[in-house]
Ligand binder design. Structure first.
Ligand SMILES: Nc1ncnc2c1ncn2[C@@H]1O[C@H](COP(=O)(O)OP(=O)(O)OP(=O)(O)O)[C@@H](O)[C@H]1O
Ligand SMILES: [Mg+2]
Length: 630
């Protein structure tokens, strides 16, 4: 046995130093990676920001840590106890001492199981709370983003952030971090226990350390790439799905199912491949660590049994059969945490990558915010003025070029003009969905940038060109989750816009279910519901963008009458392509390519015999021809 001693000492020293060196090298490389193109946010910063979410639950985490430590006692003591039991069995079988050891073993096992149970219950609860806090913050933040910011991010990406990525972070708190702590404790605990039981055999185990650490480093490198690929593919497929499921009817109408399916299959195959690669990496790593474990066990049996059979000491330490059994169990407990630590470290990296993506969304400061001294509007008259307004969605591509007009309170103004001339843009700017680049927009003489956004938007009732209904009921869509309205008020609004006739015929009435996007209603019905929503809130300024585009002539005439009634109650801005519907407006503004071409009343513009006159005549003749044909 003597011949092994220098080998063991040298092997163990090299092992420990090599492991330390590789570990340090990894830490340095990691920091370089994190600072480079791979990640933009240092781990420290991510951790600091994440801890903010865990801080309210610190008591639970401390409790969990205590439970973890208590449950570790079993892992550390059990191999020793089994070794002792083996020795007693082999000796003269002293029943009393055997019973004592078995009872201690059983008690430790029971304590460990109870601790593990409570640990996972507490962690799951805390994890769900952190998850819901994070989701809520993220959703609130997304809601605060401006239209321009929201236009720039695909919806599928945001869905992935709020679902998959928050989930990865919750996993980190509930599973990864605690288990990493647990494994580090077990690792060092087992090492300490092994040294206490037999330091010579411990040196033998340490000889395997550099190989194990090397495997771990290679594994980490490979899984990192695999994880990142899986994440990118998941975001890609979610983005594709959310867009294409929204437009699936168009796909069907245009017979593009196969083409879309092919596109989907490409993304699906990429995700499958990425996941498979991740599996392969695990499939190679685990057996390799296992092989190393088996090799070390074989060495233990060889060295241990030789020492035991020949009754020789190794580095001055005798080896009993119990020592061999104890070490056999310790070795597995030593290799296991190293393997799991490597895997968990990767999961931690993956959670950090998710966290970084989430924080990138948080770091998008809302482009439109209230000025510190912005004022709160209670009641307004509804006087609107655009003063030389210049606006571009994309820098340099002017959509509005010096637009100026004035709408006195309680007057009706109609915006007309060709498609893309900037009508909807004007309405959108009034509600401050975007900020203008030059000029001023005034509401009751106050620049809208000096008004709190929420209180500004409260003054407007908007009926947008692309009507959006939420899933729920007709009632919830009209009141939009404000429960201050009585049924009578809702019906009154419906009567005002003539939506009462079709709603009255529905089985559920106001409680009739509305499917996603209002798919179970006709375009006209959707417009009427949205119209009722606009009227109900009795806004000081009403904005109607193509409000009657999808409504039959009879209903349109009824709505015209309602609009007439609403005139002089509040200010109204109406966009309409059918000029017959806006004849009664106090002022008609004709837009062309972002400039005001003509403005005046219907009669004034007709007398002018300009662009408006020609447009009106065209529509008039078309209507005449239609009536003749009919
Ligand atoms: N979110 C956006 N990002 C970039 N450009 C936009 C955006 N919305 C509109 N535009 C551009 O601004 C111009 C004016 O659009 P706007 O929606 O105001 O037209 P419109 O007069 O309402 O037309 P329509 O009668 O078809 O509703 C168009 O050329 C359009 O391409
Ligand atoms: Mg428009």
């Amino acid at each position: 046995m003597r011949e092994y001693q220098p080998l063991l000492i040298a092997g163990a020293i090299i092992g420990v130093f090599a492991a330390g060196f590789i570990f340090l090298w990894c830490v340095v490389r990691r920091q370089k990676d994190a600072a480079g193109a791979d990640r933009n946010m240092p781990d420290g910063e991510i951790m600091r920001r994440l801890i903010r979410y865990a801080r309210p639950y610190w008591k639970q985490f401390v409790l969990v840590l205590c439970l973890v430590l208590a449950s570790i006692a079993y892992s550390l003591a059990s191999p020793y106890l089994v070794g002792r039991i083996e020795e007693l069995i082999k000796a003269d079988f002293p029943l009393k001492r055997l019973w004592t050891l078995v009872t201690v073993y059983a008690l430790l096992l029971a304590v460990s199981m109870v601790c593990t149970y409570f640990q996972s219950i507490i962690l799951q609860k805390v994890g769900q709370k952190i998850l819901s806090d994070l989701r809520q913050d993220l959703f609130t933040h997304i809601e605060s983003l401006s239209h321009a910011q929201l236009n720039a991010i695909p919806v599928g990406k945001l869905v992935t952030r709020v679902t998959n990525d928050t989930n990865a972070i919750s996993m980190m708190f509930t599973n990864i971090l605690v288990n990493m702590v647990r494994n580090v404790f077990i690792l060092f605990g087992v090492l300490g226990a092994m040294l206490l039981v037999n330091y010579a055999l411990t040196l033998m185990v340490l000889c395997f350390l550099p190989v194990l650490v090397l495997f771990t480093v290679i594994f980490r490198q490979l899984t990192r790439r695999a994880y990142r690929r899986v994440k990118d593919c998941t975001t890609d497929i979610n983005t594709y799905l959310s867009e294409n499921l929204s437009g699936i009817k168009i796909t069907q109408v245009f017979n593009r199912e196969q083409a879309k399916l092919d596109d989907f299959l490409v993304r699906s195959a990429a995700l499958k491949k990425a996941r498979q690669r991740q599996m392969y990496v695990f499939a190679v790593f685990r057996p390799m660590v296992y092989m190393l474990y088996i090799t070390s066990v074989m060495c233990l049996f060889y060295v241990g049994s030789r020492g035991y059979i020949h009754d020789t000491a190794l580095l001055g330490q005798t080896i009993t059969s119990g020592t061999v059994v104890t070490f056999y169990l310790y070795i597995s407990k030593f290799f296991d945490p190293i393997q799991t630590l490597a895997e968990q470290f990767n999961m931690l990296q993956s959670a950090f990558a998710s966290a970084e993506k989430i924080f990138a969304v948080f770091d998008m400061a809302p482009a439109l915010t209230d000025e510190p001294d912005a004022i709160e509007l209670d009641h307004i008259e509804g006087d609107i003025e655009f003063r030389d307004v210049w606006f571009a969605y994309e820098p340099g591509e002017w959509v509005l070029k010096g637009v100026s007009f004035h709408v006195p309170a309680r007057q009706t103004v109609a915006l007309v003009g060709a498609t893309g001339s900037g009508k909807s843009t004007i309405l959108s700017l009034l509600c401050r969905n975007y900020d203008i680049q030059k000029g001023q927009i005034l509401l009751d003489g106050i620049d809208i940038r000096h008004i709190r956004i929420a209180s500004l938007r409260r003054q407007f009732g908007q009926m947008l060109q692309d009507v959006f209904l939420f899933s729920g009921t007709i009632r919830s869509n009209i009141v939009l989750r404000e429960d201050r309205f009585t049924d009578e008020e809702i019906w009154q609004a419906c009567r005002y816009v003539n939506a009462d006739r079709f709603i009255g015929k529905l089985d559920g009435g106001l409680d009739e279910q509305v499917l996603e996007r209002g798919n179970n209603f006709s375009a006209g019905q959707r417009q009427l519901i949205s119209f009722a929503r606009t009227v109900l809130h009795r806004p000081a300024v009403m904005i109607l963008d193509e409000a009657t585009a999808n409504i039959d002539t009879e209903t349109e005439l009824l709505i015209q009458t309602s609009l007439e009634r609403m005139k002089n109650i509040g200010t109204m801005l109406i966009v309409a392509h059918r000029l017959s519907t806006i004849q009664h407006a106090d002022n008609i503004i004709l837009l062309s390519h972002g400039r005001i071409l003509e403005q005046g009343t219907h009669q004034e513009l007709l007398r002018k015999k300009g662009r408006y006159y020609r447009l009106y005549m065209l529509q008039y003749e078309a209507r005449q021809a239609e009536e003749t044909a009919g």
